[in-house]
Ligand binder design. Sequence first.
Ligand SMILES: O=C(O)C(=O)C[C@H](O)C(=O)CO
Ligand SMILES: [Zn+2]
Length: 283
Amino acid sequence: MDQRYATHPDQIAGLDTQALRDTFLVERLFVPGQVTAVYTHHDRIVLAGAVPAGTPLPLEAFPELRAEHFLQNREAGIINVGGAGTVTADGETYPMAKGACLYLGRGVRDVVFADDDVDADVDVEEGGAQFYLFSAPAHTTYPTVLAQPGEGTVRELGDQLTSNRRTLTQLIHADGIRSCQIVMGFTTLHPGSMWNTMPAHTHDRRTECYLYFDVPADARVLHVCGEPEETRHLVVADRQAVISPSWSVHSGVGTASYSFVWAMAGENQAFDDMDAVPVAALR
Ligand SMILES: O=C(O)C(=O)C[C@H](O)C(=O)CO
Ligand SMILES: [Zn+2]
């Protein structure tokens, strides 16, 4: 499992493009036939991509966790960003269409990812299931809950006039699917709108990760990061993830329409506990 150690804001000024990408960007999380995981020491979050590609895929206990099974001391939120599939948790099978979200509480032992038709020779690029997993340490067990596409708390944000009209769906949060730490959902830009999370913000109490998806192959999102007065950007392609430490702004503009899964863990679960940065204050 790839390890990303925690960072200090002073580091960012000295990072060149490659070092910036190596530190904050996860370029290859969705590899056919495997579960690919990254462990960030920011709030001890694990990000993973699981691509069954026709063969059921177990979630193993990576040795770095020093645990008997992945969720022995952790919880996880899973969102399918690909074709229809299933997640089986301790023998119970949950149908996961694209956009479905499954919360797995601490203590779930056996987790298996699969395509809907496990016998088919699924071409990943043509529509196999692609599961994005966000996991954080958990002190107790909350029940496993499945949210189907269309469920959750919907918030309409932004304005067409500032090119940031977007629909945000909260799934795992204080007033929705309960968890110890995880706050998770996704945001979709409206046609013609390209900016997410503008005005940008920080939240010193939580680490946040973005997984961009439904980005056309020839398009990119320029993701803004760094302290508000010392920003940098990452050029991000489809199904790549960004680790955004508590001290970093996170915002982005696409060269085409896109969606992203946002997920957080840390001191609190108060979605609106964020410190907005006026656009004119960004450097
Ligand atoms: O479009 C947005 O705005 C977002 O999706 C914001 C993220 O959810 C976020 O940064 C929450 O802290
Ligand atoms: Zn945020």
